[in-house]
Ligand binder design. Structure first.
Ligand code: ADP
Ligand code: MG
Length: 287
């Protein structure tokens, strides 16, 4: 490889809004056949808003929302921000939380006004009415967040974000390069499938815990696939490092950017396809 041709490639990358860690990175993109896309913040905007609140018998919507909002207020997760902002908008100042605990890929816990509150995928058994409310929200493409206290699930808050305007075009560009897109998410299967359908992805891997994302990338590689992974979250960092090529959204977390080989500066997924095309072309100039 001539260093000059490689540097031309990386310079062109900067023009397109791609930051490349080092020229050697381009080499690994050549054989990529599979592009794993994180859902939240990568294919979707990651800016979630609160859509509905459901309360079981014995409580009411305001109480469900107040307790959920109080605990989520202490978390940075996009789901948490939506719940806390929605609760504050509707109810004003929220009560404080003690003994806050974040459970990655699952939810949050804490004590609010003497109650042990759990929010998210932290409940073993759901009362039928709560399960039905969660399923209904998920069928509508929303992320259902179960709210419970003192050991019982008692309500659901549903949040949703929008698919980015550019995501369907990005998936089409990847396909034109002969690449297979795969959607990977910790979110539930019904939501994942509705997003996949909206952007033209057939292969969906859902309900994956943050630490399992690495195992998914490893499994695809062990099947003989050469894997690029695109992600934005702290949860994606290990998978970005494990993939043959890690692409971080520039709009994402520092952890993802540090773990990636390439950064898509403006967070535009269409540029992922440009990056792969650029490196193929750069390498063909070198050869
Ligand atoms: P993704 O893979 O789509 O980026 P995460 O792995 O961060 O998503 O989260 C997976 C799922 O875990 C979310 O869709 C949500 O159901 C649940 N979850 C994670 N954090 C929270 C939270 N703070 N509150 C409620 N639910 C949460
Ligand atoms: Mg994400």
């Amino acid at each position: 490889a001539t260093p000059t041709a490689l540097l031309v490639g990386t310079g062109r990358g900067a023009q397109l809004g791609i930051l490349i860690k080092g020229p050697e990175v381009l080499e690994s993109t050549r054989r990529v056949d599979t592009v794993v896309l994180d859902k939240t913040g990568t294919v979707t905007t990651g800016r979630m808003t609160l859509h509905e609140v459901y309360a079981a018998e014995g409580t009411d919507e305001d109480e469900v929302l107040r307790l959920a909002g109080a605990v989520e207020h202490a978390s940075e997760h996009p789901v948490a921000r939506a719940v806390a902002a929605g609760a504050e908008e509707r109810l004003g100042t929220l009560p404080g939380v003690e003994d806050f605990e974040n459970v990655p890929g699952r939810g949050v816990r804490g004590r609010v006004a003497g109650r042990e509150v759990a929010v998210g995928r932290l409940h073993d058994a759901l009362p039928p009415e709560v399960a039905a409310a969660a399923e209904k929200a998920e069928r509508n493409g929303r992320t259902a967040v179960v709210v419970g206290w003192d050991g019982t699930a008692r309500g659901v808050v549903a949040v949703a974000d929008a698919v980015k305007e550019t995501s369907a075009e990005a998936v089409a560009r990847l396909r034109r390069l002969g690449l297979t897109p795969v959607l990977l998410t910790g979110d539930n299967r019904r939501v994942a499938e509705s997003v996949a359908a909206a952007v033209g992805i057939d292969e969906v891997i859902a309900e994956v815990l943050p630490e399992e994302k690495v195992a998914v990338v490893e499994r695809l590689r062990s099947e003989g696939r050469t894997v690029a992974m695109v992600g934005d979250g702290v949860n994606d960092a290990a998978a970005l490092a494990t993939a043959d090529l890690g692409l971080a959204m520039g709009t994402g977390t520092d952890a993802a950017i540090e773990a990636g080989d390439l950064t898509l500066v403006r967070g535009d997924l269409r540029v992922a396809a440009d990056a792969i095309r650029l490196s193929r072309r750069t390498l063909s100039i070198i050869k």
